[in-house]
Every structure is written in structure tokens, then in C-alpha cells.
Design a protein around this ligand. Sequence first.
Ligand SMILES: C[S@@+](CC[C@H](N)C(=O)[O-])C[C@H]1O[C@@H](n2cnc3c(N)ncnc32)[C@H](O)[C@@H]1O
Length: 407
Amino acid sequence: MQPRLEKLPSFRPDVLAWAANSDGDLVPWAVVELKTGQLKQPELVLPSLARSRDIMGTVDHYAVINGRWFKADRGVRSLEPVDGPTPPEYGAQGLLTDDELATSLLVQRLWFEASRLRDSGVRVGDAFPAGAALAETEQSYIELPDGGLLPVRPNVLWRAKRAALIEFASRGSSESSSHPAITSAVAALVEQRVAGTVLDPFCGTGSFLWAVLDRTARLEIPARFVGYEINPRLASLAAGIGHGAPLPVTIDEADAFGTEFVRADVIITAPPLRVRSRDHETLLDGSRTSDGDVVAVDKSLRALKAGGRAVFHVASWFTSSDRFASYRTFLANEFHVAALIGLPRGAMAGTGATSVLMTIDKKDPAQTFVAQLGEDWENQLEPEGAALNAALEFINPAATRRGLGQP
Ligand SMILES: C[S@@+](CC[C@H](N)C(=O)[O-])C[C@H]1O[C@@H](n2cnc3c(N)ncnc32)[C@H](O)[C@@H]1O
């Protein structure tokens, strides 16, 4: 197998063999460097074998020079001729447990499917691959390019499918999936309030839902997750991934503007920009519009249960444009706009617009946490990032924090 590890794009051994360790986990076991031609000294491959050992923790290291096998000693300092590879100690049966490698293999499969679709005349920008690599299978495995099936631990495969879809969507599709730093910040902003129903009405790959679901499952909080997505292929891929989740997930292919939202305790969403709803809608403040930016927020707040929390990633014209001034005044008078975190260009994928992470609680107005982040916005929004922590302290008063014995 020729792996391509996302974090190590330059690391590509000729052959990487996997085998089970004593726990039954499939781990990198042997590396083989293949050389043909005039290579006089097999020892010249030792540095790349040693690099494989350092990066992958492999056990056995081989060079095949013009068809002749050599095996490196334990320290990968010398080579001696052998008849062929030594069988692994615990055999080849085991389960892959490496998230990154599983994701990388799935992304390769998706590109392979996409290139087949392109060859048959489908534009990949318009359509996701059929997604066979992400489809549900009875057994938990990844199909390799040579047709072999690599068994994968089920929870690793579930996480890898999500990550592969998000990565593929962010590289290959005209619809953008959210930046990972935004996704994790959104999940952190709602974490303390997760319960009951969690909704993303413009869910795309489902990245926001999965991020919240991970934290919810870890905290063993009972909750269900609902997503709407207008792109049928994306909706069906996200729905397929939802089936494998440890908590109930429903993803519907739907035009959110024409759908009555399920009542939700938590809403997290990055609505599409500059779209129009099918009809003019009457907003909570009594005004009428078909402007998708405001209709998306308004429909969400309407569906939010009393005491619930919504986090929106919206373009900053929502919080600055005169167009929305009277609606903003209405929001400030009727809801608790808990936090506004301004973000520079680049934080909202697929657009040059600056953006805002807007946290709104459905309760009486109170003070708002306001921050404008600069170029280091990704660091600021990391789990220990200063801006995220300051926002969390502000919007989750100590008395209501989970883990402190409070409700
Ligand atoms: C900014 S993306 C959401 C990204 C998402 N957070 C993710 O990481 O994949 C907006 C999504 O809304 C979807 N969308 C656009 N119009 C929609 C509509 N009327 N109803 C439901 N989904 C819609 C798009 O197909 C796109 O996937």
C-alpha cells in the first residue's frame, strides 16, 4: 500500500505493510524501498528506511534492489541479504486504529471515484462522487486501490468517513465546508447547553453536528441531531455518515427556507450567503423579506426553544449593514445577544467576506461579549485560545457550568 499521510505529504515509502500487534490493532509493521538500476550500495536506502521507522514506528525495514531482498538490522544501520520478508509476529489479522491513515485512504478513494465520474462527463464541482467509499457496509473496512479490504475499528471508520467527506468537500466542491477552527469554536460555544435536539438547518457535510456530537457523546448527554441540506448528494452522504453515529442523527434533503424547522434546544449553522428564500417571509419583528441572510437567522430563532442557544457563522454585513439595522435592534431588545466574535477574511471558507460568530440565547437581553480577531484568529479560537476562553467565561456563568454540580 502506498499511503499518503495528510500531515506528512513528503513521506511516501514505496511499500508500507501493516500487521496486528499483540492487542489486535493493525499498526505499521514493515517498510520496503524498491530500487532498480545502477545502485551499487544497498546502504544508500538506509536513511529513508530510518525515516520511516522514526515517523511510523515500523518494526521491519527492507530494501529490494533489482529484485534482491535486503533486511535492515534493528537499529537500521546495516543491511544483509535475505530470501524475502519475515512474516509478522502476530499475523496480518487486526483492525486499523489510525484515524489519520483511515481518513487519508478514504480521501484517495473519493478522488478516484471523482476522476471516474469526471471521465464520464460529470463536473466534480457540481456533484460529489457517488460516495461508495463512504457508503454503509455491513463490515467495517476500507477498500484499497488493489481491491483488498482493510478492516478498520468501527469508531475509527466513522470518524474517518466524516473527516474524509469534510476534507473532500473543502477541496473539491463549489459549496464550502466550514473551516475546522470555526467548527470546533462553534461546538465549544454551545457545549454547555447541549441537550434534547441539536439542529443545523444548512448542514452541508454535517461538520458542526459531528463536532457537537463528539463532545455530547463524551459527556454522555442524551441528545439527537438534525440537519437539513439542499444538495441531494451532500445530504445523502451526510445522512449515511449519521447512521454510524453513537447518538441519533437525522439528515433530511430539504430546502430549509421551505421547511418548518424542528423545535431545537441548540442551533448551530453557517447559512449560505446572499441567497433568497422562495417566498417573502414575515420575520419575528413583523417586517417582510426574502433576504436569505436574515431569514436563515430568523427561522432559526423562531425554532429555538426558550432558554436555548444558537450560534451562527454569518458574513459581517449581518452585524454592520444598514439593511439589517432595524432587525438587529429588534434582536438586541428581545434576545440575549451573548457574544459577537468578529473574524477577518479567510475564516469564512469560499468567500472573501469578513465574518462573525454570533451567539444568541433565547432569553431576556443582557450584556454582550464583543471581540474583533485579527490574523491570529485561529490561535485565538483554539480550545485554550484567549478569545474563545474569554467568550466562554462570559457566556457560561460559573453557576450554570456543567461539571460544577449545577443544572
Ligand atoms: C456554508 S455551507 C455549510 C457548511 C457546513 N457547516 C459544513 O461544514 O459543511 C452552507 C450549506 O447550505 C446548503 N444550502 C444552501 N441553500 C440551502 C437551503 N435553501 N436549504 C438547505 N441547505 C442549503 C449548501 O448546500 C451548503 O452545504
